[in-house]
Design a protein around this ligand. Structure first.
Ligand SMILES: Nc1nc2c(c(=O)[nH]1)N[C@H]1C(S)=C(S)[C@@H](COP(=O)(O)O)O[C@H]1N2
Ligand SMILES: [Mo]
Length: 272
């Protein structure tokens, strides 16, 4: 993956309060816990040390609050060092990227006006809905990656994707906090097409995974309508079923959100 910005030096203190666990402490905890819960652990650790409000009020690096940026970077480094084989989906040379077949049109029957489109995100704390334009998504650090799109039907295609990390979106717009707290995140994220005909659920660690992107480009070109314009999900540790095209809404929950293919009997997690 490449981003269009320089990350802050993760060892440089952001403030005299030094709210972060040292990397040694993080590593020690990471060894004791399962890898699935680890990203949650990083956020929970931060929460205990000053809280989400403090976190998001800190100076921003490319729009991302520095402390959260550091924790997410630390998670990325740890995943690289400890969970290399299973934790990150493999990346491929850009030259291997192809256009995948158009597969699945549920929730994409109506024409969509990209100018009028808004991403509608329901604040888990207040229940209020906030709207975002594509420009709001493009204002986040742009991530480019070449990964494999694997369909449950048995085919797979290497695709070059560009978009924003869902984790960067949630760091910049902290809408996933549990009601009554400002520090804990919901356990799940649910997303659906604007007409609600196709929908997927993700556990929060998968949603915060560094390769889980809100994508607006495929192979260097703006997404076509058939591939999910203006915005689709890409999450390459999971099968294509989870790669929701034409995202309309995002909401948060503490129980598994509805999932179209899970309702048809497929595995809810759909990892591979
Ligand atoms: N809205 C919507 N998104 C969807 C689907 C769908 O039917 N509707 N099908 C999924 C499946 S099963 C796959 S394999 C991928 C295929 O993405 P592509 O058409 O860009 O190749 O889209 C996923 N996202
Ligand atoms: Mo699929």
């Amino acid at each position: 993956m490449a981003t269009n910005h320089e990350s802050s030096n993760p060892t440089a203190p952001d403030s005299p309060r030094e709210p972060l666990q040292s990397e040694g402490e993080v590593l020690a905890e990471a060894r004791r816990r399962s890898r699935r819960s680890f990203i949650g652990l990083g956020l929970a650790g931060l929460a205990g040390l000053g809280g989400w409000n403090w976190l998001i009020s800190q100076p921003k690096d490319s729009g991302i609050a520095q402390p959260l940026r550091k924790v997410l970077d630390a998670n990325g480094r740890l995943s690289g060092a400890y969970f290399k084989e299973t934790r990150l989906a493999p990346e491929f040379a850009r030259s291997r990227a192809r256009t995948p077949r158009v597969n699945g049109k549920i929730g994409m029957k109506q024409e969509l006006d990209p100018e009028a489109w808004r991403l509608r995100v329901q604040d888990f704390g207040t229940g209020a809905t906030q709207e975002f334009t594509l420009a709001d998504i493009k204002a986040l650090p742009k991530v480019v990656m070449t990964t494999e799109l694997k369909c449950i039907e048995g085919w797979s295609t290497v695709v070059n994707w560009s978009g924003a990390r869902l984790s960067d979106f949630l760091a910049r717009h902290p809408l996933a906090s549990r009601p009554g707290t400002t520090v804990e995140l919901a356990a799940y994220v649910g997303m659906s097409t604007p007409d609600d005909a196709y929908y997927v659920g993700l556990d929060m660690p998968s949603a915060l995974h560094p390769q889980t992107l809100l994508c607006y480009e495929m192979n260097g070109q703006p997404l076509t309508a058939a591939h999910g314009a203006p915005l689709r999900l890409v999450t390459p540790l999971k099968y294509g079923t989870k790669h929701l095209k034409r995202i309309g809404t995002i909401a948060f929950a503490d129980t598994r959100p509805k999932d179209y293919w899970a309702e048809q009997g497929y595995d809810w997690d759909s990892g591979h």
